[in-house]
Design a protein around this ligand. Structure first.
Ligand SMILES: Cc1cc2nc3c(=O)[nH]c(=O)nc-3n(C[C@H](O)[C@H](O)[C@H](O)COP(=O)(O)OP(=O)(O)OC[C@H]3O[C@@H](n4cnc5c(N)ncnc54)[C@H](O)[C@@H]3O)c2cc1C
Length: 326
């Protein structure tokens, strides 16, 4: 429908939308009263389509073609840009994930439209959308608006209230004709990272972060054990990543992942500005550090001045007891 608010679906590459998609849909419905989904995929599942409907979208634009996997911007962008030109949505929202971040920037460039990236707040003021986004490594929030539609924005995970699924709500599925260009790039190799069995960093509601104070890669097992008990993802500071203790995909901060969990627990992290840039919008920040002057205590809601090697096992045992996990 012209003037609609579109939500780009992020999926798990197995045909199911991810939780971050519910957050984008929830915000679009809150702002506009209704939303439509746009799903670019090689293989949607009926269950995935039902889930989107249950989240409250009225229509799903399904662009399904084998060429859409693996993701390649140069293949996705023309297909979506054609549809945008035909359907004239007023707003296009996507979650901040590795591929959406790139795809949406390319799409905005192709459409000659403005993009507010990594937004943490959206509002309609006199019929015009405004967005709030952190700048200067999260030290300031800037408020921006668009010169003209479509208003394109990426939304930071764990900030916006997700749409709640209501059984029985369904969406019409539109399958527009698609022309996919021959890509100029070919994927040479794809390597799947070995899963830790813990939640994904960007989506987790609780994140544990280990810094240089962890002393070595072998000690991250104590954080992982705590993570398993409380259902948390385990990330790291750049100092730990640069030392080769953790892969870069676990790095939190300006040159790593931006996270906004309900609870952030930092162990042996000093709280450098570049680390804070990636986690200061966490709802509750807990820091454990031997140094009472460590800058992380300035942003922490709760701080423990202590040796992490005493605190982590004690916390794990206490949570096991409280959560009745042995
Ligand atoms: C351009 C640029 C980009 C950057 N991007 C990032 C980024 O994305 N993410 C990031 O994290 N950093 C980034 N950095 C690096 C950043 O400036 C810091 O160097 C880094 O965050 C420090 O990591 P750390 O806190 O783990 O280490 P340190 O600063 O060395 O702090 C270690 C802390 O552990 C404490 N400690 C030691 N032993 C114990 C113990 N047993 N128990 C409790 N506490 C203990 C110490 O008191 C200390 O506070 C960037 C830097 C630059 C210049």
């Amino acid at each position: 429908m012209p003037g609609a608010f579109w939500c780009i679906v992020e999926d798990d590459r197995k045909g199911f939308p991810k939780k971050v998609t519910a957050e984008v849909i929830g915000e679009a419905i809150r702002l506009a009263g209704a939303a439509e989904a746009l799903w670019v995929t090689d293989a949607a599942t009926e269950e995935g389509l039902r889930e989107l409907g249950a989240w409250g979208v009225t229509k799903i634009w399904l662009l399904q073609h084998p060429a859409f996997s693996p993701y390649q911007g140069e293949v996705w962008v023309p297909a979506v840009a054609d549809l945008v030109a035909k359907e004239s949505p007023k707003a296009i929202f996507a979650p901040v994930t590795a591929r959406q971040r790139e795809f949406v920037a390319r799409l905005a460039a192709r459409l000659g439209a403005g993009l507010a990236a990594d937004t943490v707040g959206l509002a309609l003021e006199d019929g015009r959308l405004t967005a709030r986004r952190p700048v200067y490594a999260g030290k300031l929030l800037s408020k921006v608006t668009w010169a003209k539609p479509p208003w394109i924005a990426t939304l930071r995970p764990n900030v916006f209230r997700p749409a709640e699924a209501q059984a029985g709500r369904t969406a019409a599925v539109e399958r527009p004709a698609i022309a996919t260009p021959e890509p100029r790039m070919k994927l040479a190799e794809r390597r799947e990272e070995v899963s830790t069995g813990l939640p994904e960093l960007a989506e987790a509601e609780t994140v544990i972060s280990g810094g240089r104070g962890m002393k070595g890669p072998e000690n991250y097992v104590i954080l992982e054990e705590l993570g398993r008990v409380i259902g948390a993802a385990v990330g790291a500071s750049r100092a730990a990543v640069d030392a080769g203790w953790r892969p870069h995909r676990f790095q939190i901060g300006q040159t790593g992942r931006t996270i906004s969990p309900k609870l952030y627990l930092g162990f042996g992290v000093s709280g450098a500005i570049q680390h804070l840039a990636g986690m200061r919008t966490s709802k509750v920040i807990v820091a454990v550090n031997k140094d009472p002057e460590a800058p992380i205590f300035k942003v922490a809601d709760y701080g423990i001045v202590a040796d992490l090697f005493e605190v982590v096992p004690a916390l794990t045992e206490e949570f096991k007891r409280l959560l009745d996990k042995s």
